[in-house]
Design a protein around this ligand. Sequence first.
Ligand code: ASP
Ligand code: MG
Length: 402
Amino acid sequence: MALIVKKFGGSSVANAERVFNVANIIVEDYKAGNDVIAVVSAQGDTTDELISKAYEINPDGPSKREMDMLMSAGEQISIALLAMAIEKLGYPVISLLGWQAGFKTDSKYSAARIKSLDTDRLKAELAKRNIVIVAGFQGINKYDDITTLGRGGSDTSAVAIAAAMNADLCQIYTDVDGVYTADPRIVKNAKKMQEITYDEMLELATLGAQVLNNRSVEMAKKYNVELEVLSSFERKPGTIVKEVITMEKMLIRGVARDNNVARFSIIGLPDTPGVAFKLFNNLAKKNINVDIILQSVGRDGTKDITFTVAKNQSKETMQVLEEFKQSVGGQKIIFDDKVSKISIVGTGMETHPGVAAKMFEALYSAGINIQMISTSEIKISVLIDIEYSDLAVQVVHDAFIE
Ligand code: ASP
Ligand code: MG
């Protein structure tokens, strides 16, 4: 007998038929003698719809506390419906909200972090041989207020339960059957991976592959929770995410792309110490997350700084830059949001020279210009014109993965 934690995303429980499909998957494991805890997201696009409703009431943006009160309702609906489906199939089941399942978080509404998970209730329900259905994405803070963990947070709820309960298996069910070497909608010959390391998955998740929430991967790595990403629509093995993989080390594991990028340049800044510090400090104070950074070599006492941010932070970024240009001195600001970031990820590149050259050659052969480059030990990212985004993913994929 094992303890299995299963997480089902919004598309897996989008309607009654799918809720029953999930109920059957859960019951199968239960019938085999296992303990099962299932974490569920809100049905389909419910969370987005709730957010639209909130902005209909207050277009300036409602308070974050009330947003959490509202958004957490989506998961409340899906856990009750799923529990009802399992009841209907004739098995003992109980649904629990985040706080009932023991999730204590900090007080950062809409982006709360889990502080602790009190597992007494979960254990008591399992001891009664109940199937336990838990609302993902939510918890309670020290003021007894409902909090949510940030978009896509149900993955993290599931990993937290698996870690705290020392589960034997943590399965993340979604609408794709695993993690692919590139988005299969763009690259027809993309391959499903049998295994991937936490670090590679973390890079891919952060770089725009939308299968797993990156905080959940971070947590899985920290507590060494092995994950399986698989489809709720097909019964077949998915992709295993773990520390060390047994498969042959490939040069690169996958290609990711992110189109939610904007590029800013500030030209003709004084070439003196402290300029970069002040600029990025001002951006940090506004909570603007900077990604790729490039500074030119100083020439005639001036230098240029170019960097990228998420597209939806363009407005605030522009404000910071305008002010900075006024106060510190700069000639002009250049802005472009028709850009795309293409990245390759793989622990294999640590020990192989020539990976960057091979990526750049693939882009060059397709006539694609590189605007910016950034690298880490296990990834290389380039910024290109968005028009060539799909083509770039394809040619880079072809260069590394046959
Ligand atoms: N329902 C929430 C969202 O859409 C949480 C989740 O799906 O993981 O972001
Ligand atoms: Mg969702």
